[in-house]
Design a protein around this ligand. Structure first.
Ligand code: FAD
Ligand code: MLT
Ligand code: ZN
Length: 459
């Protein structure tokens, strides 16, 4: 049975209902283009199961005929991992969006893989809790997609990435078996930890259908500051001091000059401080009691290098400062189709990297423009590159940047994953032995190679 056959569509309709199997081109194309517009694929069938049992039956059927599938959540991924690039069946998990009652005793929540981050946040905030991971795509990205990519975002320096939020998962394995471990025991050393394996597996090992997440106390008292610097050196220096001195540090983000000019014109707001600066930090502290004094003291200790600071306490003013950071991705998308390189560098080499990378890119493509921003507290820099007139830059840019990152001992993927975009560069960070063991794991869990076969590992 081939993926485009009417018999397959009929069999899938018997499982999920007529309206949840899409075959018409105009209905399937939206599922086949990524958020940036860079990755455009196609699929003969989009199937949208409504619960775990239906998901299991769909996967079992596809496995029987060795038909490959691509799981998709909110389709906000930035490495081409959510797109059927080789005509795979598209398995949309968005209908698995049940959010169960908050377990205030265990400080945990069981949530369907298709629930968006924003829905989940709203639900737990009503009980004075937070989800430990937060990111700008919150209105669309799903809990399942966030686990599959081990998403990072703005609070990793406090709570860790998605893997650290995970107590248990329910998942459909490649033969349709459902594996479920949602009891929520904090200590449970009974063998391999499947949630850790699935976090970051990018849909290549199993389909995540539910997750048991840790909840964090909601910290009501927040102060946010935008801080301007003359040089990258000063920004990195202050980032280090704040990490050492501020127990309430909640986010430590950076914006460098070309990204700041771009976002400021995109949101139609002048940079409130240090308009001619070269680097800005957006710093947020959060606590159960007012963290203002502690923050003020830490900033005073950095007086020697800070050019100017804007401080915001109420939600509205804080939101205005956050726009300078959170709208950068959209500002770049409006101009064109960037190549998004998402890297981490050890803090000791971060300044060198940030200062040198624009030259590395220019050398690879003289007509390109580079925008740098990211989660500086984690050493995570987003290198976004546009080519001439907003077009895609030369592919040489990707290999030049990623090879340079690897030469400095950094990672070619800090938080977005490998997807289809970076699989040919995996060898820069992983030895051939490691990749061989990755393949062994994949083969053991997915012998027919139906689970997103074109993602993460190259042929
Ligand atoms: P999708 O894009 O649908 O899929 C991503 C990957 O997960 C694919 O490989 C897919 O096959 C797999 N997958 C999806 N659902 C499942 C499932 N249920 N089971 C198994 N596999 C599955 N990322 C960050 O880490 N930090 C950020 O700060 C950040 N900011 C962003 C800001 C913007 C404006 C945008 C557009 C994106 C941002 N991202 C960020 C990237 C993206 O939002 C995250 O990678 C997110 O986790 C993807 O979730 P999703 O539901 O959209 O997944
Ligand atoms: C961010 O931190 O804003 C993102 O990960 C998105 C991006 O890289 O564009
Ligand atoms: Zn990011």
């Amino acid at each position: 049975m081939i993926a485009s056959s009417p018999e397959l569509a009929k069999a899938l309709r018997n499982i999920v209902g007529h309206e949840h199997v899409l075959t018409e081109n105009d209905l399937t194309t939206g599922y086949s283009v990524d958020w940036t517009g860079r990755f455009v694929g196609s699929t003969p069938i989009v199937v949208r199961p409504g619960n775990t049992e239906q998901t299991a039956s769909v996967v079992k059927l596809l496995n029987k005929y060795a038909i490959p599938l691509v799981p998709q959540g909110g389709n906000t991924g930035l490495v081409g991992g959510s797109i059927p690039m080789s005509g795979e069946v598209l398995l949309s998990l968005k209908r698995l969006n049940t959010v169960e009652p908050v377990d205030g005793l265990a400080l945990q929540l069981t949530v369907g893989a298709g629930a968006t981050l924003a829905e989940t946040q709203e639900h737990v905030r009503n009980h004075n809790f937070e989800i430990g991971v937060d990111l700008a795509a919150r209105d669309s990205c799903t809990i399942g997609g966030m686990i599959a990519t081990n998403a990072g975002g703005i609070n990793v320096l406090r709570y860790g990435a998605m893997r650290e939020q995970l107590i248990g998962v329910e998942a459909v394995m490649s033969d349709g078996t459902v594996i479920k471990h949602l009891e929520g025991l904090e200590k449970d050393n009974t063998g391999y930890h499947l949630p850790s394996l699935l976090a970051g597996s990018e849909g290549t090992l199993a389909v995540i259908t539910k997750a048991r997440l840790r909840l964090r106390p909601r910290l009501q008292e927040k102060v946010t500051a935008l801080i301007a610097f003359e040089s990258v050196h000063d920004a990195v220096e202050v980032a280090t001091r704040l990490r050492q001195q501020l127990p309430s540090l909640h986010a430590l983000e950076a914006i460098f000059s070309s990204a700041m000019s771009l976002v400021s014109s995109h949101i139609g707001t002048q940079v409130p401080i240090g308009p001619n600066g070269n680097a800005w930090l957006l710093v947020e502290v959060a606590s159960g009691t007012d963290p203002f004094e502690e923050f003020q003291q830490a900033l005073e200790n950095c007086d020697d290098v800070i050019v100017d600071v804007a401080v915001a306490i109420d939600d509205r003013s804080r939101g205005k400062l956050w726009r300078f950071r959170e709208q950068i991705t959209e500002a770049i998308a409006v101009i064109g189709t960037p190549h998004k390189l998402d890297i981490t560098i050890g803090l000791a080499r971060l300044e060198k990297f940030i200062n040198e990378i624009p030259e590395v890119v220019k050398h690879a493509d003289p007509n390109s423009s580079t925008y740098l921003f990211g989660h500086l507290g984690d050493g995570n820099v987003h290198v976004n590159v546009l080519g001439k007139d907003g077009g895609e830059p030369s592919n040489v840019v990707e290999s030049a940047v990623l090879s340079y990152v690897a030469s400095l001992g950094g990672s070619i993927s800090a938080e977005h994953g490998i997807g289809t975009a970076k699989k040919s560069y995996l060898h820069l960070n992983r030895t051939s032995d490691e990749i061989r063991f990755f393949r062994n794991i994949k083969k053991a869990l997915d012998p027919n190679n139906i689970m997103h076969p074109n993602c993460l590992l190259s042929d």
